[in-house]
Design a protein around this ligand. Structure first.
Ligand SMILES: O=C(O)CCC(=O)C(=O)O
Ligand SMILES: [Fe+2]
Length: 295
């Protein structure tokens, strides 16, 4: 797609960034132009939405599991379907460095599969080690895509800075096949970052949210981008209103896969790593526990 190519031309990623994506499985972008311009708006709008949606936040596409008073993730505030909740959110899907990294990792045409917010609650928010994509079963299998963690607040040990394990994207299978996912890993790194920083990670990297001891805000927007043959975590063709879709620019329609020629996805929410892991553990007759005590 021509406009994706011109977006990638604006990316500041260099050879070293790409090498780091290959070897470590993630890179940190501290000065994205878009974040300098929009961080304030993103924070304000997120605050309004969290207060407005409360326990209903994050359930888009998974409504069948919702019960009154049940949070999507018990230890965190969540917001879903952010592409339709303000231009400041929609603009995130066109950050050149993110698109560039997604194209580089997949080596294929890409699409946006999800845009969610998470804020770990006071004394909660601890997740076990997981991947946000599907496990690969052989080394030849191409990586599915990336997740960009876009931090709206400074992250510290006290407010639950994410832990991540460099190089683990190369491993096959699920983290559970290799380690006890509830234990601290020796080589895990905590990501202490300034508000506005973006971590672009291979979807197969091992990582987890940590306990927010202090209860300070530690909001992260997670932008999930995969190659176009995978399902979206939210079926945008179905969930976005026609009037909204009509106003989108061609590049946005393409990235969200809502053009007439884009195939219609059967599931409201597809490609959930949590769901796939659940199925895998059922077949192995191993006990399954959700990585984040979510739905
Ligand atoms: O909160 C974070 O920094 C990471 C959250 C996460 O990995 C997830 O919810 O899948
Ligand atoms: Fe995750």
């Amino acid at each position: 797609m021509k406009s994706v190519v011109s977006l990638i031309k604006k990316s500041s990623l260099n050879k070293n960034h790409l090498k780091e994506l290959d070897n470590k499985g993630f890179i940190i972008i501290e000065n994205a132009e878009y974040m300098k311009k929009n961080l304030h708006k993103l924070k304000k709008k997120s605050e309004i939405l969290i207060n407005l949606e409360k326990d209903k936040g994050g359930w888009e596409g998974k409504e069948q599991y919702y019960k009154k008073g049940k949070k999507f993730e018990s230890g965190a505030d969540r917001l879903g379907n952010l592409v339709s909740k303000g231009n400041e959110f929609l603009g995130l899907i066109k950050i050149p460095e993110i698109i560039h990294a997604a194209q580089y990792v997949t080596k294929k045409e890409i699409k946006v599969c999800g845009l969610h917010l998470r804020n770990p609650s006071k004394k909660l928010g601890k997740q076990s080690i997981h991947i946000d994509g599907f496990a690969r079963s052989n080394k030849k299998e191409q990586y599915a895509g990336i997740v960009a963690f876009i931090y709206l607040d400074n992250t510290k040990i006290q407010n639950g800075a994410m832990r991540i394990v460099p190089g683990t994207h190369k491993k096959l299978g699920w983290p559970d096949d290799h380690i006890n996912i509830n234990k601290k890993m020796k080589n895990e790194k905590r990501l202490i970052l300034k508000a506005g920083s973006i971590v672009i990670a291979n979807l197969n990297i091992w990582h987890a949210g940590s306990t927010n001891h202090s209860g300070e805000l530690r909001r992260v927007i997670m932008l999930n981008i995969k190659s176009r043959d995978y399902d979206q975590l939210l079926n945008y063709k179905k969930y976005l209103r026609d009037s909204f879709k009509k106003k989108l620019k061609p590049i946005e329609k393409y990235l969200l896969a809502v053009r007439n020629k884009d195939p219609f996805q059967k599931l409201d929410s597809g490609g959930s790593a949590n769901q796939k892991r659940r199925e895998y553990f059922e077949t192995k007759k191993k006990k399954f526990s959700s990585v984040a005590k979510n739905y």
